[in-house]
Design a protein around this ligand. Structure first.
Ligand code: AVI
Length: 330
């Protein structure tokens, strides 16, 4: 088994696969063990996440779409004539479509995503539906500085859009850094519209991340499938179990993969030891209140100007404007 694994060559090394290898090996050598959540999203992981958004227990996507639909007229009051909408991590642009339809005064839409192929394809699909709008796709990692296209830079205002509660998958200091970076990219007079999941009773959160159909478990375990495929891993999937629970002290849902027994696993030629019950921490999904996200945003130079929630107060759309003066330093 081990000899077979050793003779199996690694797939061709790109910058992406070597970062994956370095992060996985560093994370699995750390105590407690961890792997960054961004590695969930290979082709299978992205499809599984789409299925999660349709699960009866997973309320965030439905709640956010509902808020955007119900309050679009109010939210788009924040958008001046001729402004550019810049979506951070646009994916399918499904949520932006609601704002675009409610704000014909928008002159440009800049979907930004790390996946260039997807962002170009979504842009091509949007153009016929919004013929008066300049759709200017951009391939970039939204956590780092990038230049906006001239049409957006020269627009009378820029409106950032960061839906999906992706902000919750950042550690609070990373969320603060993201907000500061977004402020620098969008510039003076900008507005930022953020979707954030709200703090709520543990049983609702636990159900949302441990669904009965086991799709979230598959999504979590797919990380091991990816490590096996891309890094010559020898993880046996039936010896690991999906764990998800709300950590009320830290206001976050934690996802882990727990080893059901004492075992050794090989990854890219390295041996990783697991104790029985030891876990790999694979994701945090932070939950906010209107006040706690507001405080975080203020620390990054943003002023809260509006917040909308669904009728159950499960999810929020929160809006901020850039406070005058340079963004505070990290
Ligand atoms: C993408 N992100 C906002 C999801 C969340 O709820 O934190 C990822 C997810 N993990 C498990 N289920 C969904």
């Amino acid at each position: 088994m081990v000899a077979l694994a050793r003779s199996r060559p690694l797939p061709p090394q790109t910058e992406e696969t070597s970062a994956f290898k370095a992060d996985v090996l560093a994370g699995l050598s750390a105590t407690p063990k961890r792997v960054p959540a961004k590695y969930f999203y290979d082709a299978t992981g992205s499809l599984l996440f789409e299925r999660i958004t349709e699960l009866p227990e997973y309320y965030p996507t439905r709640s956010e779409m509902g808020i955007l639909r119900d309050h679009a007229a109010d939210i788009t009051k924040l958008i001046p004539e001729g402004a550019a909408l810049v979506e951070f991590g646009s994916g399918s642009s499904r949520k932006a479509r609601i704002l675009l339809a409610a704000a014909p005064k928008l002159a440009a839409y800049v979907p930004v995503d790390i996946c260039g192929e997807m962002v170009e394809q979504e842009a091509a699909e949007l153009r016929p539906d919004f013929p008066g709008l300049k759709v200017l796709p951009l391939t970039a990692d939204v956590c780092f500085p990038f230049e906006l296209p001239d049409e957006a830079k020269n627009a009378p205002a820029r409106i950032g859009f960061f839906p999906g509660s992706t902000i919750g998958n950042f550690e609070p200091h990373e969320a603060c850094a993201f907000l500061r970076n977004a402020g620098r990219i969008l510039g003076k007079g900008a507005t930022l519209i953020v979707g954030a999941d709200l703090i709520k009773p543990a049983e609702i959160l636990n159900a949302a991340y441990s669904d009965k159909a086991g799709i979230t478990a598959k999504f979590n375990l797919n990380l091991l499938v990816r490590i096996n495929r891309e890094l010559r891993g020898t993880f046996k999937l039936d010896t690991f179990e999906h764990h998800a629970f709300y950590n009320g002290e830290r206001h976050r849902v934690e996802m882990h993969l727990a080893s059901l027994k004492r075992q050794k696993v090989k990854v890219a030629g390295e041996t990783i030891d697991f104790r029985a019950g030891e876990t790999i921490h694979t994701e945090n999904s932070y939950k906010y209140s209107i006040a706690s996200l507001g405080a975080l945003a203020r620390g990054a130079g943003w002023q809260p100007v509006g917040a909308w929630t669904d009728e159950r107060d499960y999810f929020s759309i929160q809006a901020f404007t850039l406070a005058a003066g340079p963004a505070p330093k990290a």
